[in-house]
Design a protein around this ligand. Structure first.
Ligand code: PGA
Length: 255
């Protein structure tokens, strides 16, 4: 019903030569895989050359962040029209590093999501609790608040992907168990249904992110409400990223 999406968040990694090698490997490997959507999100300086590398393939291009204004005196920032101009179709918004390292709050993220979808791009909106919040039993409340910050009926559902990324699992090697991931995904879906209705929400993808690796990808993908992955560290090696894509494809094929 929902085509899995495997997205690679390169973060602040790769020179041009390294990026060409990585995308070359992904391109060769995805040719035989169907029924999985594939997205790469390189850092800004690589977007234009990577747009050329993925042109004519099924690999889609996304950015990791964006400014909410279309243009202006915002030193160091990049706007949605600029991203669209170089071929981006997706933008990650609200990644925990943007929230916690760069202090982006819910209001700011709401403006970013709005700017992305208003320009016809898809927002990959990230939510997730910290370890303290989980241990205090606040996971569902935190996720609900982050969803309601930015998601409303004005945001078209077909331009939205939600990524659940528990902060304690990002880059730590501690993956949420498939059961923990499913629990939160199964909590998120009805919250989205409150906004969009059940039929629309049935088509909306909720990705899991946080130390997804070739070894745990299939078990995560097998969860009924896990519709793909937002992959950090493991997306930097073509073979690992491809193994995660294949895991999603085989789970999809088996259901
Ligand atoms: P990780 O990162 O896979 O390295 O944990 C995921 C993310 O931050 O999106």
């Amino acid at each position: 019903m929902r085509t899995p999406l495997i997205a690679g968040n390169w973060k602040m990694h790769k020179t041009l030569a390294e990026a060409r090698a990585l995308v070359g490997g992904i391109r060769a490997g995805v040719e035989g895989v169907s029924a999985v959507d594939v997205l790469v999100c390189p850092p800004f300086q690589l977007l234009l050359p990577m747009a050329k590398e993925v042109a004519g393939t099924r690999i889609m291009l996304g950015a990791q962040n964006v400014h909410e204004e279309p243009k202006g005196a915002f030193t160091g920032e990049v706007s949605v029209p600029m991203l669209a101009d170089v071929g981006c179709t997706h933008v990650i918004v609200g990644h925990s590093e943007r929230r916690h390292v760069f202090g982006e709050d819910g209001q700011r993220l709401a403006r970013k999501v709005r700017a992305v979808v208003d320009a016809g791009l898809t927002a990959v909106y990230c939510v997730g609790e910290t370890l303290d919040e989980r241990e205090a039993g606040r996971t569902h409340q935190v996720v609900e608040d982050q969803l309601s910050d930015a998601i409303s009926a004005e945001i078209p559902a077909n331009k939205l992907v939600v990524a659940y990324e528990p902060v304690w699992a990002i880059g730590t090697g501690k993956t949420a168990t498939p059961g923990q991931a499913q629990d939160v995904h199964a909590f998120i879906r009805p919250k989205l249904a409150d906004v969009y209705g059940r039929d629309t929400t049935d088509a909306l993808r909720i990705l899991y992110g946080g130390s997804v690796k070739p070894g745990n990808a299939a078990d995560l993908a097998a969860q009924p409400d896990v519709d793909g992955a937002l992959v950090g560290g493991a997306c930097l090696v073509a073979g690992d990223f491809l193994a995660i894509i294949s895991a999603a494809a085989s789970v999809g094929a088996a259901t």
